[in-house]
Design a protein around this ligand. Sequence first.
Ligand code: NAD
Length: 479
Amino acid sequence: MPDLYINGKWVDAAGGGTRTVLDPANAQPLAEVAEAASEDVDAAVRAAREAFDAGPWRSTTAAERGDYLRTVADGLQERRGELGRIESLDTGKTVAEAETDVDDITNVFRYYADMADKDAGRMVDTGVPNSISRVVYEPIGVCSLIAPWNYPLLQMSWKLAPALAAGNTCVIKPSEVTPLATVELVKIIEAAGVPAGVVNLVLGDGPGVGAPMTSHKGVDMVSFTGGLETGKRIMATAAADVKNIALELGGKNPNVVFADADFDTAVDFALNAVFFHSGQVCSAGARLIIEESLKDRFVDELVERAGKIKLGRGQDEGVEVGPMVSEQHRDKVEGYIQSALDEGATLRCGGKRPEGDQYRDGYFLEPTVFDDCTREMTIVREEVFGPVLSVETFTSEEEAIALANDTEYGLAGGVWTSDASRGQRVAGALRHGTVWINDFHPYVPQAEWGGFGKSGVGRELGHHGLDEYRETKHIWQNT
Ligand code: NAD
């Protein structure tokens, strides 16, 4: 079946291009999908433009758009198992994780469905006699939504649900590495009766498909989640037309552990913070910043338990962590491991591909811990995006804060302490968009997500996540 969705029809790529999608656990082909050409992007943007300017979407009420989103949420739950399996095969993550992603995005669609008609604007007291003044919100127009490979369904839904709730039309592109579940999401949107042209799907890589989605004159907004360097390029391209822009970029996230932390819980969460989804998480707690007096005991325990993590195919029973998403990415992470060795960090565990026939053809890497790290080292400064933990130590609260903030990123961080005041104090001092005290990784659709510094521009989720997709208009009337 053709797998580009343009103006309500499933079509092949204009030039007939295709791409083979691989299973990262064994490098076997999973599917052959269309590789769009710039003509397809043009057709998709025109369809979205037409649906926005003249089509039925703009004349829908906010409550009607909410109903569509609710139907999409129901469709996601009906196909939960199937979507979870496809996402697991495509990304390498476990089926349980992928099913949790489906539950999470169901909640995101429901959250924005409920919000769609709850916040139309506000009256303003001008202080001027005989005037009526109100502030109203309107959709921005045509939005290009571009997602990465680590959370294909989730990252796309964080954009798509608020964009549609606000009344925009969209051209969407998943990563070329992991396109499969997004095709199914669009089928669910189609089945929900969302009118033709409102959501258009193009598949393909960054240069061929992503770039024209950001430079096209018919696009009013670009929302992108991905790497820092790509984000900079997109920002520069969007600047030519002063397009609206939202960027969710990388992170180099500190996990700060004080000596008074609950030991077992802090070890549990420190492992999960960095090794969950093989560390391919923008908020991965890849920098353990630990009080000197606790370090040896904590790292010994961590290393012992890291060695017991069960690697394997995400679809197999009992597997805790899957492979890297691609050969290219595995090679990149191995480059970072080599840099740590060259720069003098102490390898405590992992650092290599696991042995065994079951791992031979896939892109697996062992959970890796480097001790004796310093802030100058490449693995401490750059986003590795793999199962690699660096360990640094501190002796005072001030030093802990200074280390945690010594990054060009600012996405997320954790603080572990049994002193509630200290937890709040340190959380307040961290220059990161999300801070967890005695936890790591949880999020809810009601709370904003995004980064300080080079972790991005704007916020997803929460009220702000809807505002990203709205223009604000002031209407003044003399009576
Ligand atoms: P990437 O930047 O390589 O690609 C992301 C998407 O952009 C893909 O769909 C790709 O095809 C597209 N793209 C590439 N070049 C483009 C261009 N010139 N113009 C337009 N589109 C282009 O990122 P990735 O490797 O897929 O994802 C990993 C990165 O994503 C990590 O840095 C991670 O931290 C980040 N990420 C951030 C968040 C967050 O919420 N902040 C969440 C998930 C992932």
